[in-house]
Design a binder for this molecule. Structure first.
Ligand SMILES: Nc1ncnc2c1ncn2[C@@H]1O[C@H](COP(=O)(O)OP(=O)(O)O)[C@@H](O)[C@H]1O
Ligand SMILES: O=C(CO)[C@H](O)[C@H](O)COP(=O)(O)O
Length: 556
């Protein structure tokens, strides 16, 4: 094969990275990372009400800087031979756009309006709207939630749209349509951002917008109008079709070809979510569970549609034909907070240090804290009487989405120290993962192996060993530091015609695996008992304690 290159772009929660990859070998020729400037300053967000918005300029600046930066580390020869670019992003991260597909925050009058920005996956301001969608769906003749686990989530497309249209009259009058982040960036690169003609991702449409062939696309206008007349007519300004990530969205626009000094023949692939392209990058096989473990987790499972397509799997984030690999049913689950829980613990410890001892001491502590706590926690025995925590600090994504849930801790005594609390938080994230695995098994989908990718999988042997012990399954960690971007590069190679199938691209470009965590039978046996405590405690908090609190606040 001629020396041709592809670029994978991976937009994570905090930063975006570009990977220039040799399409024949998967060898990385150059990479660059860009942290979102406005996001880093906390702009447009209010964690106390779960509002998380990202400015389109953060994405556009990242697009240019990372591709230029990654190419700058390669030769002119490499640059000349780039044939494709594909993009993955977080999701559901939609934005209101005008007729041209311009996010409203890029128009001067909306430049500082968070409702005109991308509504990040972890924004939970639409809890009430998600509940309304569920209530209506339960009584509607066609169950539009059947392929998204039977429960619609506030992290998703329609709940976010409905909420925004309700609370902001200025957005309501200007929003022509709505576009997911992964579709918009890919469209920007092609120069056609027209919301009615740009090719929408199957992954985003199927998992988050209730798009399905069986419904002839999105939920009916009748359903949407019943939900709220504000949604009337919007379906016609969205899309009928969706496309898998082996398909080309179009060619790079002359403007972007010039800006990036790339050939005007570069193909831009149809986008998808980070975890789905990450699973491609990790060479997911049928019945492998690929866990992307970072701020949150996104767990991806694939299986031949003809073997599992008849199942309706309760409480997951959807089952969509072709959302990961064409021809396979892609199933998604996940936890709304994983590494974010450790980051929260780090913040509550370092905050008083910053205020009492200054920035330098806080920064020093912050850098060493999690690795130190992990090292100490690894030395502790695992006992049935240990503290048990719930991992619902950002609500529960799966099984059974419920973003009104909150974290909790049980079993504290005067001997409970920082390390023991940290250990319990790590265990809670592993228990949350186990609940997902159990749900797939209960619903009749086998899991033959577990693969892990993402920041936590690479950085924390303690977390990974705990996870293997709790799941009582070996976990393989992909070698690449940038598996999502590598997966995007593989998709670009297929979309550009270098390979006919994803499988061929995976065989040629895989990074392989560099660690396997084996469960320790003695520790695992204790964890099965602690997991039972986690389930019991979770049941009490969800069905008794929090339920009473919610009822009390409604009657107050
Ligand atoms: N040494 C560590 N041990 C455990 N978790 C860590 C460690 N270092 C960072 N993290 C967690 O990793 C998460 C970020 O994961 P990463 O995959 O890099 O980013 P993203 O989720 O944005 O793609 C943060 O929530 C952070 O708390
Ligand atoms: O749900 C998702 C994909 O379907 C989110 O994009 C994902 O969970 C966020 O990713 P990260 O934790 O890596 O920032």
């Amino acid at each position: 094969m001629k020396d041709v290159y592809v670029i994978g772009l991976d937009y994570g929660t905090d930063s975006v990275r570009a990977l220039v990859v040799h399409a024949g070998t998967g060898e990385v020729a150059g990479t660059a990372v860009h942290e979102y400037k406005r996001w880093k300053q906390g702009a447009y967000c209010d964690p106390t009400i779960s509002q998380f918005r990202q400015h389109p300029l953060d994405y556009i600046e990242g697009l240019e800087e990372t591709i230029k930066g990654a190419l700058a580390k390669t030769s002119e020869e490499v640059r000349k031979n780039v044939v494709g670019i594909s993009v993955d992003t977080t999701g559901s991260t939609p934005v209101a756009v005008d007729e041209n597909g311009t996010p409203l925050a890029l128009l001067p009058e909306f430049a500082e309006n968070p409702n005109g920005m991308f509504i990040l996956w972890k924004d939970h301001t639409a809890n009430a709207e998600a509940e309304e969608i569920n209530q209506l769906a339960y009584h509607w003749a066609t169950d539009f939630t059947k392929y998204v686990g039977g429960i619609y989530s506030s992290e998703w497309f329609w709940a976010k749209i409905l909420r925004t249209l309700r609370v902001d009259a200025s957005i309501r009058s200007k929003a022509y349509s709505w576009v997911e982040h992964c579709d918009w960036i890919s469209a920007v690169l092609t120069g056609n951002t027209n919301p009615r003609t740009l090719k929408r991702s199957r992954c985003a449409a199927g998992h988050k917008a209730m798009w399905n062939d069986e419904f002839e696309g999105l939920p009916s206008d009748e359903f949407l109008v019943k939900l709220d007349p504000l949604l009337g007519g919007l379906r016609d300004r969205l899309f009928d079709e969706s496309y898998t990530s082996d398909v080309a969205m179009g060619k790079i626009s002359p403007e972007w070809a010039e800006k990036l000094r790339l050939s005007s023949d570069v193909i831009i692939g149809v986008g998808a979510f980070d975890a789905h392209m990450g699973a491609v990058g990790a060479c997911i096989e049928p019945y492998s569970l690929c866990k992307v473990i970072g701020t949150s987790t996104c767990d991806i499972l694939t299986a031949p549609s003809e073997e599992v397509g008849h199942l309706l799997i309760r409480g997951i984030c959807g089952q969509v034909d072709g959302s990961v690999v064409p021809g396979m049913l892609g199933m998604e689950a996940g936890q709304s907070a994983f590494g974010d829980i450790y980051a929260w613990f780090q913040r509550i410890i370092t905050k008083p240090v910053r205020e009492l001892l200054g920035e330098e001491a806080a920064e020093k502590l912050s850098q060493q804290l999690i690795p130190y706590l992990a090292e100490q926690a690894a030395k502790l025995p695992v006992k049935e009487t240990d503290v048990v925590s719930l991992d619902w600090l950002n609500g529960r994504r799966t099984p059974d989405a419920n973003h009104t849930l909150k974290g909790a801790m049980a079993g504290l005594n005067l001997g409970t120290d920082t390390v023991r609390i940290f250990k319990s938080l790590v265990e809670s994230t592993a228990f949350g993962s186990k609940a997902i695995v159990e749900r797939f098994l209960q619903e009749g989908v086998a899991i033959k192996q577990v693969i892990a990718i993402g920041g936590v999988a690479k950085k924390s042997p303690f977390v990974m060993q705990t996870l293997a012990d709790v799941l009582n399954m070996p976990i393989k960690v992909a070698k690449s530091e940038q598996t999502c971007a590598l997966g995007a590069a593989m998709c670009a190679a297929v979309a550009a015609g270098v390979y006919a199938t994803m499988e061929e691209a995976q065989n040629a470009m895989s990074s392989g695996f560099d660690a396997v965590y084996e469960p320790r039978p003695d520790v695992s046996a204790v964890y099965q008992k602690l997991y039972a405590n986690y389930l019991q405690f979770g049941h009490f908090i969800e069905h008794s304690y929090l339920k009473k609190l919610t009822e009390a606040s409604l009657t107050a």
